[in-house]
Design a protein around this ligand. Structure first.
Ligand code: TYD
Length: 208
């Protein structure tokens, strides 16, 4: 049986990742593709418990936080992502490796080589086939997140930090154009959904 495809959504707070991930799952369902929607940190019970810990209070050191995200991801891959893909179903995930590279790497200063080594030992071969980077001006994103009452402790970061995060995602997209597609997250919700569906149809389903 052909292995399923793995699609991730990345971007800053309030960029519309979760909404667009749901739209994509609906689109794939319409194409007859069974798809599991999941998120990070979390996705499986053990990792959801780590999520509660990580998001509730900042650990004493960035390395603690990095290792907890990595541990949550290991569980998520072992218990959900790998088995689902092996069954031939698709996985759509709200945040994944690029969030670690940007939040822990760019922002918190975890060494990029260490992140690469951990990815190679824990994530490989479960790298995404396709990653959508939803790019919005952080002020718009934060206002959206605030309106929904969904500001996390990361959102209190300075304007400079949000600019660093945004640039971090854009740099990843520029470095890995075969995997990453940048989408303008300030456009109309349904228009973005159409753009994303068209990219998936073309790149992963071989449709013109
Ligand atoms: P969440 O409430 O899910 O935020 P959002 O709705 O913006 O996705 O909180 C997840 C937070 O965890 C988010 O601020 C980014 C952060 N994060 C990391 O720092 N590293 C990671 O590897 C992941 C997956 C998330």
């Amino acid at each position: 049986m052909a292995r399923g495809k793995f699609i991730t959504f990345e971007g800053g707070e309030g960029s519309g990742k979760s909404t667009q991930a749901s739209h994509l799952v609906t689109h794939l369902g319409g194409q007859g593709i069974e798809t599991v929607l999941t998120r990070e940190p979390g996705g499986v019970p053990f990792a959801e418990r780590l999520r509660e810990l990580i998001l509730a209070k900042k650990p004493a050191t960035p390395i603690t936080e990095f290792l907890l995200f990595a541990a949550a991801r290991c569980e998520h891959i072992a218990e959900l992502i790998e088995p689902v893909l092996s069954l031939g179903q698709w996985v759509v995930c709200d945040r994944y490796i690029d969030s670690t590279r940007v939040y822990q790497g760019r922002l918190a200063g975890i060494d990029a080589d260490l992140i690469s080594v951990v990815e190679a030992q824990t994530v490989a071969p479960n790298f995404p086939d396709l990653t959508f980077i939803l790019d919005v001006n952080p002020r718009i994103g934060l206002a959206r997140a605030e309106a929904r009452g969904e500001l996390s402790r990361y959102d209190a970061a300075s304007d400079e930090a949000h600019a660093t995060l945004r640039q971090g995602f854009l740099d990843i997209a520029a470095a890995e154009p075969n995997r990453c597609v940048v989408v303008d997250g300030s456009e109309d919700e349904m228009e973005i959904a159409r753009q994303i569906a068209a990219v998936v149809d073309r790149r992963l389903l071989g449709q013109a």
